[in-house]
Design a protein around this ligand. Structure first.
Ligand SMILES: Cc1cc2nc3c(=O)[nH]c(=O)nc-3n(C[C@H](O)[C@H](O)[C@H](O)COP(=O)(O)OP(=O)(O)OC[C@H]3O[C@@H](n4cnc5c(N)ncnc54)[C@H](O)[C@@H]3O)c2cc1C
Length: 468
């Protein structure tokens, strides 16, 4: 058997490669960049440890802990400080904790009395969806009211997707919410009644899930996977065409400037959707993935600022704050990075990580770093009472940050499913198909590895090899 080609060395591809090798399936992982991990990268500078991209893994599935254990990383795993369970939302320029109990909900100034009554009426709402593929905004207004959309969902969606609730599809971006309504007729009732089912599946709801990183940051995970995979990983290797051949699939790779053709038993695509759109696939005739290029990927800028502790008035006792669009700040939200995990800032200092741009203002992300540092500092002054100059600053731009599972996303899901069915040996997994979080990708990588391993051991493949 030839090795399985894995296109893309982000967390999905790395996890898939690791599990396939454990099942004695040979793999070759092609990564076009000079390092693996995609946006997962940890910077250690001037006594600060800052995440370049994602900050935490939300442990919603037991498959995440299993991977960490199998990689021998349990001693290096770090769970977030329990205080970091608190999330804040800005309203009228001030932070308010997101209520997590009935008492806190009744007392919070985050929602007006009319807004609270509307939310509490949710179990009695019988209004059907406006369409089969409803936007998140329509769904939330229908079930929970406008105020909940503006002051809970709008900031929450900016924090996760950097997305727009009026465009995101509830069915595709929040499939669990969609299912809860279909099954229980109410989101609030579903929270209680669904708990037993989640327990059966050993799943944890996002608000209760642990937030995980490692002693030296998230890059520990991708570095460890890279070390385990050794020479199976080929860096500076960009896959640009894939062709059905007698032996399976022939992949054309541009490796360190030279074009090479390699034979593989199967191909797993984990590169981002906008990159897959231009990969040429031939199986007798051309198989086009061009439609994947229509998936929206807004730009996001990430700004890390360090300050002396005494220069920040707020106690920073939480995960961070999110900003509703109506508040008209530049930042989408800020995580209190040094409150979540230890050792993220030098003694007597704090680190704040802010995000700008996204679907709310994609052009803002592309502005010069100095302007973004200035805007972030202004917003942090207004919300957290930050005074004084930053003692550390770092800017990163993600021009294609996160795929948006917008209304109509079903056609992309269908394209991937149909391509897999019509062209056995091609597989798709990653943040453009299985959910956008690192945790989703860890689970997706492991699950697709099982499918690929089954295919590789299947009679079809073995018989084809015998005939040849
Ligand atoms: C700024 C930012 C902050 C985030 N914060 C969080 C967070 O706190 N928590 C969380 O859970 N999630 C977060 N996410 C989301 C999460 O990080 C990503 O969705 C996830 O890492 C995607 O992993 P992936 O393996 O699917 O894709 P990627 O990591 O994008 O990997 C794909 C890889 O394919 C490579 N590639 C592309 N084209 C080719 C080619 N032709 N040939 C070979 N290789 C190719 C790319 O170089 C890349 O390394 C964040 C994302 C961003 C951008």
């Amino acid at each position: 058997m030839n090795s399985v080609a894995i296109v893309g060395g982000g967390i999905t591809g790395l996890c898939a490669a690791f599990r396939l090798r454990q099942q004695k399936v040979p793999v070759t992982l092609y990564e076009e960049g000079e390092r693996v991990g995609g946006p997962i990268r940890t910077l250690c500078e001037n006594g600060y440890m800052a995440e370049y991209g994602p900050n935490t893994i939300l442990e919603t599935s037991p498959k995440i802990a299993a991977l960490i254990t199998d990689l021998g990383l349990d001693p290096r795993r770090r769970d977030s400080d329990p205080a970091a369970n608190k999330n804040y939302i800005v309203r009228n320029g001030r932070m308010h904790p997101l209520p997590v109990s009935a008492g806190a909900f009744a007392a919070t100034p985050l929602f007006s009395l009319a807004g609270k009554l509307r939310i509490a009426a949710e179990p009695f709402i019988r209004k059907p969806p406006v369409s089969d593929d409803e936007s998140l905004a329509d769904f939330v207004v229908r079930r929970l009211g406008r105020e909940f959309l503006d002051y809970a969902i709008n900031p929450f969606v900016s924090g996760i997707y950097a997305g727009d609730p009026a465009k995101l599809s509830v069915r595709h971006a929040f499939p669990k919410l969609h299912k809860v309504e279909a099954q229980y007729g109410s989101l609030i009732l579903g929270q209680f009644l669904g708990a037993r089912e989640r327990k059966k599946r050993a799943e944890v709801a996002a608000p209760q899930a642990k937030k995980v990183s490692f002693d030296a940051g998230l890059q520990v995970l991708t570095d460890t996977l890279h070390v385990q995979l050794g020479s199976s990983v080929e860096l500076h290797s960009s896959v640009h065409s894939v062709e059905k051949s007698a032996e399976g699939w022939t992949v054309t790779v541009l490796a360190n400037g030279r074009e090479e053709r390699r034979n593989h038993s199967a191909v797993l695509f984990t590169a981002p959707a906008h990159k897959l759109a231009s990969v040429r696939i031939t199986d007798g005739e051309a198989v086009s993935l061009a439609a994947l290029g229509e998936i929206e990927h807004p730009s996001v800028a990430r700004i890390v600022l360090g300050f002396r502790r005494e220069d920040v008035a707020d106690p920073l006792d939480g995960f961070g704050f999110l900003v509703p669009e109506l508040e008209r700040l530049s930042i989408l939200g800020t995580t209190f990075s040094s409150s979540i995990f230890a050792n993220r800032a030098p003694e007597g200092h704090v680190t704040l990580t802010s995000f700008m741009g996204g679907c709310r203002s994609p052009e803002l992300a592309n502005r010069a770093p100095d302007e973004l540092f200035e805007r972030a500092a202004q917003d942090l002054k207004a919300v957290l009472g930050v005074r004084g100059k930053p003692t550390y600053q770092h800017h990163a731009l993600f021009p294609w940050a996160i795929p948006q599972y917008n209304v109509g996303y079903g056609k992309f899901m269908d394209l991937m499913a149909e391509t897999e069915t019509r062209h056995p040996g091609l597989f798709f997994a990653g943040n453009y198909r299985n959910g956008i979080s690192v945790g989703n990708s860890i689970v997706a990588g492991q699950e697709v590895a099982s499918r690929v391993a089954t295919y590789c051991s299947s009679d079809t493949l073995n018989q084809a090899e015998v005939v040849l």
